[in-house]
Design a protein. Structure first.
Length: 463
């Protein structure tokens, strides 16, 4: 039985990078009114430097403001922002933390510290800070956005939708909030709502690459391949360093029967991101389907070198090894896939095929049994087990399996033909003729001339 290859079609949605506070920093009158004039002057100069992108000069100005007034919370926050812009996350965190201690009502300080927590993977601390920022300022759109991000990460989609919607209510021009909300709709398979949000984001910002990337994903998932490809084209035009955009377009091109274009995109994806296991995997599947066996093996090996728990890579490498005649190596790979993913029906089926190649019919029958327990409507598993049972003399078991195969797939001409032969062995001549006639009709409808001729020979012999 030849393995059937198909591209792994999980399109990955690009994660949107954490945003800094807008460089168009505004002063905080309520805080400044209490500061010394000299400290305020240095602070205002620092803000101007930040707005001009002169972060080092801004830090010097904020240093002077803080030296004159060590309790100047706004200066700490904006110095933290300047430090963060220069890559000094540790110094930025220290400044945000100091601002929180100096002014527990300062929403911006909590928000910025929360972003640092989030970037470090400390989501619970980040969530607490975003909650506090919102409590201090109910109109803080960015805090709602980030709290929504954490909720979406935790698959609390309802909570995320509420926060994204609130951010949009506060800032109707908040393109990122539309993209984030659209991504949640995407995760919930609500494609129409997702596309509407991505459309709005693009209307607000026609150069928003992530919006095109995510909208392309939505179009792909509803089967609109050409529109998806056009969106991925636009995403790449806006950012030709996006490995995800090339990967997504490669998947769409493969589905549009353009294997060469797909391979080129997978090549570019792994050039941009040498650790992109999904791109190596999909390229390996494509290469295997095109008969490039050695190159496909190299891709699967690379995937497993980076991620030893990638069960589909073991399964696909097992398929390829079986096709190349290495049944023992195939069994090793299928077994490893099953250790990682015990409910992997396709791996059981592949291992059964490899065991048949080695003459282990009993082991193969057990594996087909596992396939059936995981997928009770698998006509192929019933048919394959029936063949084993028939060869081993279990005529009644074979009859039952062929019957189940036909129930699962009434268009299965081969199972009708094989069941007819079993009935003939049992002495059920009329039952055999009925099954042969059903098989003949199906072979004729399906244009399978050889099968049609063979079954007609059986029918004529019985008559």
């Amino acid at each position: 039985m030849n393995p059937i290859y198909s591209i792994y079609r999980n399109i990955r949605t690009l994660s949107i990078a954490a945003i800094l506070v807008s460089s168009a920093v505004t002063l905080v009158p309520g805080v400044l009114a209490q500061q010394q004039p000299d400290a305020e002057e240095f602070y205002e100069n620092g803000v101007e430097d930040v707005n001009d992108g002169d972060y080092e000069e801004a830090i010097e100005e904020f240093d002077q403001a803080i030296q004159l007034d060590p309790n100047y919370a706004a200066a700490y926050v904006h110095r933290g922002f300047a430090r963060e812009a220069l890559g000094d996350q540790e110094g930025a965190f220290a400044d945000y933390n100091q601002a929180v201690q100096l002014d527990p009502t300062y929403a911006n300080a909590y928000f910025n510290r929360g972003r640092i927590f989030y970037s470090q993977g400390e989501e619970q601390q980040a969530l607490a800070d975003f909650d506090q920022a919102i409590q201090n300022d109910r109109r803080y759109a960015a805090a709602y956005l980030y709290r929504g991000i954490i909720q979406a990460d935790a698959e609390d989609y309802q909570g995320a939708l509420q926060d994204y919607s609130r951010a949009i209510e506060l800032r109707p021009d908040y393109a990122e909030a539309f993209v984030r909300r659209g991504a949640v709709h995407l995760a919930q398979d609500q494609m129409r709502a997702a596309i509407a949000d991505f459309d709005q984001a693009i209307e607000l910002n026609p150069n928003y690459g992530e919006a095109y990337l995510n909208r392309g994903t939505a179009y792909y998932r509803i089967g609109n391949q050409q529109t998806a490809i056009a969106d991925f084209d636009r995403a790449i035009a806006l950012d030709d360093t996006s490995a995800t955009a090339y990967y997504n377009r490669g998947i769409a091109l493969s589905n549009a029967n353009d294997p060469e274009g797909a391979l080129a995109d997978f090549d570019r994806a792994v050039q941009l991101d040498p650790e992109y296991t999904q791109a190596y995997f999909s390229r390996g599947v494509m290469r295997a389907a095109l008969g490039e066996s050695q190159a496909a093996l190299e891709d699967f090996n690379r995937v497993l070198l980076v991620d030893a728990d990638f069960a589909p890579a073991y399964k696909e490498r097992g398929d390829l090894r079986l096709e190349l005649g290495d049944a023992e190596g195939a069994i090793t790979d299928y077994t490893e896939a099953l250790v990682i993913q015990p409910d992997y029906a396709e791996a059981y089926s592949g291992r059964a095929n490899a065991r048949i190649a080695l003459g282990d019919d009993g082991g193969a029958s057990q594996d087909y049994g596992r396939v059936i327990s995981l997928n009770p409507t698998s006509a192929q598993a019933f048919e394959s087990r029936a063949e084993i049972r028939s060869n081993r003399g279990d005529v009644q078991g074979a009859l039952e399996d062929y019957t189940q195969a036909i129930r699962s797939n009434p268009q299965d001409a081969d199972s009708y033909y094989s069941r007819g032969q079993i009935k003939l062995r049992q002495g059920d001549r009329q039952g055999a003729i009925y099954d042969f006639q059903q098989a003949a009709d199906l072979y004729l409808q399906q244009g399978r001339a050889d099968g049609y001729r063979n079954v007609l020979t059986e029918i004529n012999r019985l008559r």
